[in-house]
Structure formats: structure tokens, C-alpha cells
Design a binder for this molecule. Structure first.
Ligand SMILES: Cc1ncc(COP(=O)(O)O)c(C=O)c1O
Length: 391
């Protein structure tokens, strides 16, 4: 074990400076929340939708689901089973019945989901745009309208991606965005719900209160962001012998900090930061896409597959399948180079193998996450490619 390990390069990194942080903590005002929502709406090119600030992507999904499930006969919600556990939690909390599906290949996407809809007769379909690569579900829109299925785009990983020249997050009845630390724009927390204006009355009837579930906790925003900055610092400085105190702090306080932060609404500070970061995002997205194109996949592996009709806005690259011993080797060697590469999404979600989640199982167990973010240097990218190919 190294005594002095350099700061770990994370899988996804934020793009603000110390000066941005000082600016937003001194000038954040309620008006910035509105400004961020308006700028976000303009960025997406929305016309008939409202944008609602939330504490997390999870809360945004909760309200999207509530606004349709409160008066739906079927409570079934179709969602890809390879997913973040908070998505499943949100469906349960909103009173939905989870129907998990195996992620279809991009070329079979619409046909596979149509068959599922005919079979299960759900009220809601959640389309997840994983890791920055949009799923082309455009053929499903008319079909879902015809069968009374409400579509939610989960854009937690994908901001700025396109489906046939349409911005991801603008095709469905609702879409959700996350600003957590590992998302396209990190504000160390927060989320947005985009909902077609015609569903606004449903949202109100479903019990939505302006300001969201945790409205009263806005006063803790500054301390919460400060604690998340500490948490990130510990996470990235926890290797080597000198990292032992940070590992202890992470173990003792990490989950409490995250739990606390997830119940703080998107307030003036994060919104102000959001306004700044959104204006820089195009450039950041170009760098990430360029870095993603420089990853060389080893023999018998591929990157994350997507349809030729979409344009990704990569958050990270996914690569697989790898044998378990190769994943351990890559994770270990990457750690020695202070890079966070490995099998992080979502290795523990399946307890049993079954034919109905074969692809999901393979992604969860045999695929790895590779950083492509804007802070990588040429040397990092060379190291990544070398360690992917080392036998
Ligand atoms: C695919 C996906 N959707 C939604 C979410 C929820 O985002 P949040 O952490 O803001 O609740 C996550 C969280 O990581 C996610 O990975």
C-alpha cells in the first residue's frame, strides 16, 4: 500500500471552481431557483412543459409517478431492472407496482417494449437513458398514447443527448433530471421534474405542495453542500496509508451526510451554481464525448451499445463483458494509478439469475465504469487504455 497516494480521479467529476463556490454562497437568492428553471427549460427547448425543482431525481420521479398513478386503475410501472435502487424505491413510495424488464438491445428496443406493454398493461413506462446514451423510444410514443401508457424519461445520466435531433427529456410526458455528485451537472444534490403542462392539475391533485417534499429544510442547503464537499474530498483522498483517517470518516459519517443531503430541496445556492454550470455545459459535454471516443475496448468487449439514430452525451463509458478476475485486476491496478475504474453500477441488485434478466445480470456483474470526464488528461486516457488491455 502506498504511503502518499495522489488524489483519486473519480468516475465522474464536477466542473466548478472555488471562486464559483464563493460567488454562489454569497449571492444565492430565491430568484436563482426560478432563473435556473427558466434556463433549463430554454436549454432543452421546452414549450408546453413546466419545470419543478426537487431535492433529488428520486423526488422528481416520485412526483411524476404520483401525477399519473393517483387516478390510474393499473398501478404497474415498467422499468429496466438494471437500475439504481432509488428508482425502485421511488416507484414503491409513489404506490406503483414494479414490473422490471431486461434491457433490450437497441435494435429490438421498441418491439420488445411493445410486447411487454401488451402483456402487462402498465400505466407507466420509464425509459432510462443510461450513462449518457439515449434509448431511441420514438416509435413507442404513438403506441403508448394509444394504450394509455404515460412515459417518463429518466435523464439522470443524460443531459444534452439527442434522439433524431430532439433533445433527450423533451419527448415523453414527463422527464426527470438529477444534479447529484455523479451526474452530468453536479450541484452535489438536487433534481428537476419536467412535466407536460396538461398534467399540472394532476400534480396538484396528487398532493404536490409548491417547494416539494422537503420545502421547510431549504435553510440547511449551505451546510448540506458543504458536508457533501467534505464527503467528496474524503472519497477522493482515501487511498494509501495517509488516507486511513478519511476512510474512517467516510465509514462513520458518509451515509449520514448523504441521507441528510437527499432531503434538502434545490435552493438558491445550488440553483445559482446551476445557472453558471449550464452556461459551460456544452463545452464540457464536447470534452467528455471526445474522451469517450478515445477509449479502446479490449478484444471481445464493447462499449455501451446505442442506436444509430441517437447522439450520446457521455457521462461515463461502460465496457464489458469482462471475467470477474479481470475486473478485480483492473480495479486494483486502477487504484494503484489513483483512478476510480470498476464494477460500480449496480452489482448487488440481483439475487438470482433468470432468463428474464439475462442482459441486466451481465451488465451488473461483468461490465465496468470508465471515467471520460473533463478533468482527465492525455496521460490518464493512456493509462486507462493500457490497464484495460493488460493481461
Ligand atoms: C438511472 C438513475 N435514475 C435516477 C437516479 C436518482 O437520482 P438522485 O440521486 O438524484 O435521486 C439515479 C441515481 O443515481 C440513477 O442512477
Amino acid at each position: 500500500m502506498k504511503l502518499f497516494a495522489s488524489k483519486c480521479i473519480d468516475t465522474v467529476e464536477e466542473f466548478w471552481t472555488q471562486k464559483d463556490w464563493s460567488d454562489v454562497t454569497s449571492f444565492g437568492s430565491q430568484l436563482h431557483i426560478q432563473e435556473f428553471c427558466v434556463n433549463f427549460s430554454e436549454y432543452l427547448g421546452l414549450s408546453n412543459s413546466i419545470v419543478i425543482p426537487c431535492s433529488t431525481g428520486e423526488e422528481a420521479l416520485y412526483w411524476a409517478l404520483k401525477s399519473v398513478l393517483f387516478n390510474a386503475i393499473s398501478k404497474k410501472v415498467l422499468v429496466c431492472g438494471f437500475n439504481c435502487s432509488v428508482v425502485f424505491r421511488s416507484v414503491n413510495e409513489a404506490g406503483g407496482e414494479l414490473i422490471k424488464f431486461d434491457r433490450p438491445k437497441p435494435e429490438d428496443y421498441s418491439a420488445a417494449i411493445m410486447a411487454l406493454i401488451l402483456n402487462e398493461k402498465p400505466s407507466v413506462l420509464i425509459i432510462t437513458h443510461f450513462f449518457g446514451a439515449p434509448e431511441d423510444f420514438s416509435e413507442l410514443i404513438t403506441f403508448c398514447n394509444h394504450h394509455g401508457v404515460f412515459i417518463i424519461e429518466d435523464c439522470a445520466h443524460c443531459l444534452g443527448g439527442k434522439i433524431k435531433d430532439l433533445m433527450v427529456g423533451t419527448l415523453a410526458d414527463a422527464s426527470i433530471f438529477s444534479f447529484n455528485y455523479d451526474k452530468p451537472i453536479s450541484l452535489l444534490g438536487g433534481g428537476l421534474l419536467v412535466l407536460r403542462t396538461c398534467y399540472e392539475p394532476n400534480l396538484i391533485k396528487s398532493g404536490y405542495l409548491k417547494g416539494g417534499l422537503y420545502k421547510k429544510r431549504q435553510k440547511y442547503e449551505k451546510i448540506s453542500v458543504f458536508l457533501m464537499m467534505k464527503w467528496l474530498y474524503w472519497r477522493r483522498n482515501s487511498t494509501g496509508i495517509m488516507g486511513i483517517p478519511n476512510r474512517i470518516l467516510l465509514r462513520l459519517l458518509g451515509n449520514h451526510i448523504i441521507h441528510f443531503n437527499r432531503k434538502i430541496p434545490l435552493g438558491p445556492i445550488r440553483s445559482h451554481l446551476g445557472v453558471i454550470l449550464l452556461s459551460r455545459y456544452k463545452q464540457v459535454q464536447e470534452i467528455r464525448n471526445n474522451n469517450a471516443s478515445r477509449i479502446c475496448f479490449p478484444h471481445q468487449t464493447t462499449g455501451w451499445q446505442y442506436a444509430p439514430t441517437v447522439k450520446p452525451a457521455w457521462l461515463k463509458q461502460k465496457c464489458g463483458p469482462f471475467r470477474l478476475q479481470d475486473i478485480s485486476r483492473i480495479e486494483r491496478t486502477a487504484r494503484d494509478h489513483s483512478l476510480r475504474i470498476g464494477n460500480f453500477n449496480w452489482p448487488d441488485i440481483f439475487s438470482e439469475d433468470s432468463t428474464s434478466n439475462r442482459s441486466n445480470m451481465e451488465f451488473a456483474k461483468h461490465w465496468i465504469d470508465i471515467p471520460v470526464h473533463q478533468n482527465l488528461t492525455d496521460s490518464h486516457l493512456q493509462t486507462i487504455n493500457r490497464l484495460l488491455h493488460d493481461e
